[in-house]
Write a protein that binds this ligand. Structure first.
Ligand SMILES: Nc1nc2c(ncn2[C@@H]2O[C@H](COP(=O)(O)OP(=O)(O)OP(=O)(O)O)[C@@H](O)[C@H]2O)c(=O)[nH]1
Ligand SMILES: [Mg+2]
Length: 170
């Protein structure tokens, strides 16, 4: 199981997502500090909203196998810059929550996440659990562990550790 790090503005639905992933009923708990469980690291939205604290998110991300930018489908403006990908040394995915919102603008939020460099985007309704199965499917496989030599080889090819080797023609 990949360990997931969640970052995104307050009320984006990060804690609800951890509850939905665990199969729990949603119950509101304001996240006051970054907490690391077995399968997920949840952070307070205020970290993403403050220039000073957002640097800390990069540090927490190193404890995870995959980093998720969580944005609700009805967010009025974007907090994450297009250069975001460059300081995250993990696979970066986007999670769009609240797809049930009457004010949802999924194409706009999807574009923000693509601009940030997310390689996959999941659409989630934490209340009905729509989309949770697809995310679980993605998370269930562990990332392959590389030897030092394999990591060096990937670097020499300009690949990230988690990228597949390119197909070679015989
Ligand atoms: N309709 C709907 N409501 C949701 C969804 N996900 C979360 N919510 C509601 O949104 C509110 C905020 O959710 P949280 O999961 O606490 O948000 P958070 O991102 O953890 O917020 P912070 O802890 O402040 O960073 C709660 O009242 C949730 O019930 C969703 O997919 N659809
Ligand atoms: Mg929370």
């Amino acid at each position: 199981m990949k360990k997931l790090f969640l970052m995104g503005r307050s009320e984006a639905g990060k804690t609800s997502l951890t509850q939905a992933l665990r199969g729990e009923e949603l119950h509101y708990v304001k996240t006051q500090y970054t907490s690391s469980g077995d399968d997920a690291i949840d952070s307070p939205g205020e970290y993403a909203e403050s220039k000073r604290f957002s640097v800390g998110l990069a540090c927490f991300s190193f404890e995870a196998d995959v980093v998720a930018v969580v944005q609700a489908a009805d967010e009025p403006y974007n907090l994450f810059s297009p250069s975001l990908r460059s300081f995250i040394l993990r696979p970066l995915i986007g999670i769009i929550t609240k797809i049930d919102s009457p004010c949802a603008n999924i194409p706009m939020v999807r574009q923000w996440l693509l601009n940030a460099g997310c390689e996959r985007i999941f659409l989630i309704n934490n209340v009905t659990r729509e989309g949770i199965g697809e995310l679980m499917e993605y998370l269930k496989e562990d990332l392959p562990r590389l030897t030092f030599e394999e990591a060096r080889m990937k670097q020499s090819l300009g690949l990230s550790e988690w990228d597949a080797f390119p197909e070679t023609t015989p």
